[in-house]
Design a binder for this molecule. Structure first.
Ligand SMILES: Cc1cc2nc3c(=O)[nH]c(=O)nc-3n(C[C@H](O)[C@H](O)[C@H](O)COP(=O)(O)OP(=O)(O)OC[C@H]3O[C@@H](n4cnc5c(N)ncnc54)[C@H](O)[C@@H]3O)c2cc1C
Length: 312
């Protein structure tokens, strides 16, 4: 997959400081599902200035732009993605602790932030330490676990808007709800988040992180690539319970399987395609709708044309 506009953009941006470009990077390698064709142009952006330059150039050239965190909540198409797929690195991954405040770049791994905070005697992030995520991806999704959501611990965020502006917003401004914020569809990028945490005992906080993570891996499939929960829980119920009640635990399509351990997780047993995953998702959605009258909505981000393919 290659278009002249993206080629020209790559040429124009080559040599830009704090910007590393790679043509045709494998999205399978950049996502926890291990599924997806190439990114036409992959960019690792190490400073906010480079991000602004990249966004402006892509906008001028009419080239699509996608932001990627750790790729733990996204399904990429088998044919790959046109335009630019960017990831935050360098300074946009830095973590700084001062007093009770933790400032973390949008590209910082959330688990690392939680462990650094715990070791510094700062409590609040322990429950959010066990799933693969960047800080920015977790803000975008208002990710949550064991009763703590990002909205409970993030005080404010620094954003670069799709139009190339910069602003600071409180977490409340992002209207966080169950696994969503108003960042969805808006194109703004979280370049930094500020957490204000409570004092705690470092050893006890680190022990709590270990305990919660051990509990998590008992409930989730380990060793098989996946993207966590596939569907949002419907109000008052659990997507996993409904899918399991339809007898779909262990159901397979090609290389994709509804996890025998957790029915709201689809695993890649080896060589699964996006079409396999999407086919299983449609089957689960349709059987749950027929049996319970509940329409399950994807929690994972279906990249490019996959959202339309899921609906049809
Ligand atoms: C084994 C496993 C367990 C999981 N358990 C949980 C869980 O307990 N709770 C939970 O909430 N989730 C869970 N997830 C899902 C996933 O880890 C989270 O949703 C996570 O927050 C996604 O972050 P990411 O950096 O990987 O984002 P990606 O998957 O890379 O991207 C997701 C979306 O966020 C956007 N995004 C990424 N970075 C930014 C940024 N800097 N600014 C703006 N938008 C951005 C992307 O454009 C995309 O639309 C799990 C996933 C796995 C694989």
């Amino acid at each position: 997959m290659s278009t002249g506009a993206t080629e020209r953009l790559a040429d124009q941006l080559s040599g830009t400081p704090a910007l590393e470009l790679r043509r045709g990077a494998s999205l399978a390698r950049l996502s926890t599902f291990r599924i997806g064709g190439p990114a036409e142009l992959f960019a690792e952006v190490q400073e906010e200035r480079a991000l602004l330059a990249l966004l402006a150039a892509a906008r001028r050239a009419g080239v699509p732009f996608h932001l990627l965190g750790l790729g733990s909540n996204v399904l990429f198409p088998d044919e790959g993605v046109g335009g630019v797929v960017a990831r935050l690195g360098g300074r946009l991954r830095a973590i700084r602790i001062r007093g009770r405040t933790v400032s973390a770049g949008g590209g910082a791994p959330l688990g690392q932030v939680a462990r650094r905070a715990a070791r510094a005697g700062l409590a609040g992030l322990e429950a959010l330490s066990g799933f693969p995520s960047t800080v920015g991806g977790a803000v975008y999704m208002n990710a949550g676990s064991y009763g703590t959501e990002m909205k409970d611990v993030v005080c404010s965020v620094r954003l670069v808007t799709a139009e190339g502006g910069r602003c600071r917003k409180s977490m409340a401004d992002l209207e966080p709800a169950y696994r969503r914020t108003n960042l969805r569809g808006g194109g703004a990028i979280v370049t930094r988040a500020l957490f204000v945490l409570a004092p705690g005992d470092p050893a006890a906080l680190v022990a709590r992180i270990e305990e919660l993570n051990a509990r998590r891996w008992q409930a989730l499939p380990s060793g098989q690539p996946n993207a966590g929960s596939i569907f949002r829980n419907p109000p008052g119920d659990y997507a996993g319970r409904l899918i399991e009640a339809c007898g779909l635990k262990g159901a397979t399509l090609g290389g994709a399987q509804v996890s025998p351990k957790h029915a709201n997780v689809i695993v890649n047993t080896g060589g699964a395609t996006a079409a396999d995953v999407l086919g299983l998702m449609r089957r689960a959605r349709d059987e749950v709708a027929d049996r319970f009258g509940v329409v399950l909505e994807p929690e994972i981000v279906l990249a490019g044309p996959l959202a339309d393919r899921f609906v049809t």
